[in-house]
Design a binder for this molecule. Structure first.
Ligand SMILES: [Zn+2]
Length: 355
């Protein structure tokens, strides 16, 4: 990040975004157009090799890129260090992250730490990290996201994404619907704490949330337009964070709740699934239309209760009371001292998250 004079604002945005069926075969061309000539290092996950990485490798070959591949076993800082070593050894011109959110996060953080640019080629639409400058992973000294850098390009192949398990798609919807309360929390922090608030970024995040809600049935039916709406919404959310220079437009109390659950629950659910359920309860706390959120998530086929998350009701209540302490500087509807146990039980049972 450059040194930014006071009262100025820095935005780092993707330069090219390509969305559509069978676009994974255009990664090589896209990189050539952007002025890269190789070598390229493809960072991918163990399950993604045959699904997508081979298509990307073929495409790089056709565009005369010398390329190597490294498999990130999981999203941990140990894997980031492993990839960084490989970057140092090969001195690639560009890093190509191919895979789910976790694989993209490893590519994003290792490329940032090595001062190399990266391209995001998501194979799943499970959360907004596929396009944002933020990463979250095990081994960082905090449970929430950390600023890295934006992808120089995003190549989102909807025919590959549509073949991913439906649970990932539903989870991605939960992460987008979450902007309904994230933006309310941001506005609240602006009023109460005089925190910077950007209308443009806030509206972009809210628009993504509205579009996913409006297209809930098309997404459930996995129609081409439904999948595309979700992918575009996730990318727009990433851009909203790039414009804001903070994850604020996309992450409020519902995200703090999800981060708390991830620490407390013996077997946490997916990030977007937890955020969706958090949004129902936080919408109630905001006095907003929580029934609408619940109805949309139901129609999408995403979890709306502790039971559907596969998490004990006690863990949900515990996470609600601890969420405010995860990131104390992030002011939300939970306030500075958080919910009491009784208040947490009440919001969870009124909204039907626990029985
Ligand atoms: Zn999220």
């Amino acid at each position: 990040m450059p040194i930014i004079p006071a009262d100025s604002h820095y935005m780092q945005l993707p330069r090219e975004v390509l969305i559509g069926k069978n676009v994974a075969g255009s990664v090589g061309e896209t990189l050539t157009r952007l002025g890269f000539s190789g070598p390229a290092l493809v960072v991918t996950g163990p399950k993604v090799m045959s699904v997508a990485a081979n298509i990307v490798l073929d495409s790089l070959k056709r565009s005369n890129f010398k390329s190597s591949t490294i498999i990130a076993e999981n999203a941990t800082t140990a894997q980031v260090t492993k990839v960084q070593r490989e970057i140092k050894r090969l001195s690639p011109d560009i890093i190509v992250g191919v895979g789910g959110g976790k694989d993209i996060d490893v590519a994003k953080l290792s490329s940032m730490k090595s001062g190399t640019r990266f391209v995001s080629v998501p194979t799943a639409a499970s959360h907004d990290g596929i396009a944002s400058p933020f990463v979250s992973m095990k081994g960082l000294n905090r449970p929430y996201s950390y600023v890295a850098h934006s992808p120089i390009a995003i190549v989102a192949d909807t025919s590959i994404i549509a073949r991913s398990p439906y649970r990932l798609i539903a989870s991605g919807c939960g992460d987008v619907v979450a902007k309904y309360t994230a933006v309310r929390d941001w506005k609240l922090a602006h009023r109460i704490k005089n925190e910077y608030y950007g209308d443009y970024a806030a509206e972009l995040a809210l628009m993504s949330s509205r579009l996913v809600m409006r297209n809930a049935n098309a997404i459930r039916a996995m129609s081409d337009s439904g999948v595309r709406t979700l992918v575009e919404a996730l990318i727009s959310c990433g851009v909203a964070m790039s414009i804001a220079g903070t994850s604020r437009p996309c992450s409020g109390a519902e995200h703090l709740f999800s981060h708390a659950l991830a620490m407390i629950a013996p077997k946490p659910a997916l990030h977007g699934e937890q955020c969706g359920v958090g949004t129902i309860m936080c919408a109630y706390l905001h006095g907003a239309n929580w029934q609408l959120i619940k109805d949309v998530l139901r129609r999408i086929g995403a979890p709306t209760t502790a039971k559907e998350l596969g998490i004990d009701p006690e863990c949900v209540v515990d996470a609600l009371t601890k969420a405010h302490s995860i990131r104390p500087e992030r002011y939300t509807i939970l306030g500075e001292s958080g919910l009491t146990k009784e208040a947490a039980q009440r919001v969870a049972s009124i909204t039907g998250v626990i029985e």
